[in-house]
Write a new protein. Structure first.
Length: 65
C-alpha cells in the first residue's frame, strides 16, 4: 500500500489527534508525539492503541523530518 499525501493529510493519531508519518518500508503510520507505530494490514490502517507498537528512542531519531 502507498499512502498518498491526500490520505495522509486526513489521517490522525487516535490518541492525540496529531499528524502521522508514513513509513513505506515497514508499512506503518507513526505518531511522534505518542511514540507509537500503527500497522497497515491489507491496505487498512489499524489505528487502535491495542495494536500499536511503542517506538524506541533510536527509531524516533531515524524518522524523516
Amino acid at each position: 500500500m502507498a499512502v498518498d499525501a491526500r490520505t495522509l493529510a486526513i489521517l490522525a493519531c487516535p490518541l492525540c489527534k496529531g499528524k502521522l508519518v508514513w513509513l513505506p518500508a515497514t508499512q506503518q503510520l507513526v505518531c511522534r508525539a505518542d511514540k507509537l507505530a500503527y500497522p497497515v494490514r491489507d491496505d487498512m490502517p489499524m489505528l487502535l492503541r491495542t495494536v500499536a507498537r511503542e517506538l524506541t528512542l533510536d527509531e524516533l531519531e531515524q524518522l524523516p523530518s
